[in-house]
Design a protein around this ligand. Structure first.
Ligand SMILES: O=C(O)CCC(=O)C(=O)O
Ligand SMILES: [Fe+2]
Length: 260
């Protein structure tokens, strides 16, 4: 965990030109504020590096990842492998709790398209004027988040109040994503969260999003409705591609369109 955090901090401390150079192949993205910077009316105090890390063909993708710092691919490759194992274990346990097949997320491409999202929030001269990241639920199945050990920033909304999620060294924060909210038919609800900035310290966080392949169908799991259940399906069925395109254009506003 320390090694991967060090590599990402080193990456984000390189000059912008050099960082961009490492991300010039289309598979790897580097952006300021959000992915849709040009169109977004509000901008946030962060830079983000993101790239896919599909478990079935890592070698095919690793060659598109940054090659600087020189140990990036080795350290991040190992991290992605380990965090994937943890994520799949957590999903198995959640399935058991929901009463659906343990291997549900191994089917239909539901966990085939994970990505790493590495945020860098520089110190902000006036934290009252901007956020690092606005209120949202993650557009993933689950997210496994590694926080900077020494810098606060993440907050979660509970009963209309924001609470700090202070970092616990060597612990992850696990978020239920909107896709799991749909698949569980609303039995699991994603927590709304945001990131605030601070005056003094840069903060780095590493989110591993477990995401489906584009063709995967996202809908309440059929297993929930067997055995004479009278429960109604609360969410529409759609492809992940459709969900993603919608989320890209509308952000958290799409939540109201997900219901039946
Ligand atoms: O920086 C953080 O702690 C949170 C990042 C986050 O919420 C996200 O990437 O969706
Ligand atoms: Fe998030």
């Amino acid at each position: 965990m320390d090694d991967v955090m060090k590599v990402f901090k080193e990456f984000h401390s390189m000059p912008s030109k050099e960082k961009l150079n490492e991300c010039s192949n289309g598979s790897c993205k580097l952006y300021t504020s959000g992915e849709n910077h040009k169109r977004d009316a509000v901008h946030y105090w962060k830079d983000t590096l993101t790239h896919p890390c599909p478990p079935s063909s890592p070698q095919e993708y690793i060659k598109y990842w940054p090659n600087k710092p020189s140990n990036y691919r080795k350290v991040v490759g190992k991290y992605a492998e380990e965090v994937r194992k943890l994520g799949m274990k957590i999903l198995e346990i959640l399935c058991e709790g929901l009463g659906i097949r343990r291997e549900y997320f191994l089917c239909g491409g539901l966990s085939e398209n994970p990505s790493l999202v590495v945020h860098h929030y520089p110190p902000c001269p006036d934290p009252t004027l901007t956020l690092g990241l606005a209120k949202h639920r993650d557009p993933s199945i689950i997210t496994i988040l590694l926080q900077d050990k020494n810098v606060r920033g993440l907050q979660v909304l509970k009963d209309h109040e924001w609470f700090g999620v202070d970092p616990i060294p060597y612990a992850f924060v696990v978020n239920i994503g909107l896709l799991l909210q749909i698949i569980s038919n609303g039995r699991l609800i994603g927590a709304e969260h945001r990131v605030v900035t601070n005056l003094r310290n840069a903060r780095t966080s590493v989110a591993y999003f477990i995401n489906p392949s584009n063709e995967s169908i996202i809908e309440p799991a059929k297993d929930l409705f067997i055995n004479g259940s009278t429960q109604k399906t609360m969410y529409k069925s759609m492809s992940y591609q459709e969900f993603r395109t919608n989320f890209f254009h509308k952000g958290p506003k799409i939540e109201s369109e997900l219901h039946n």
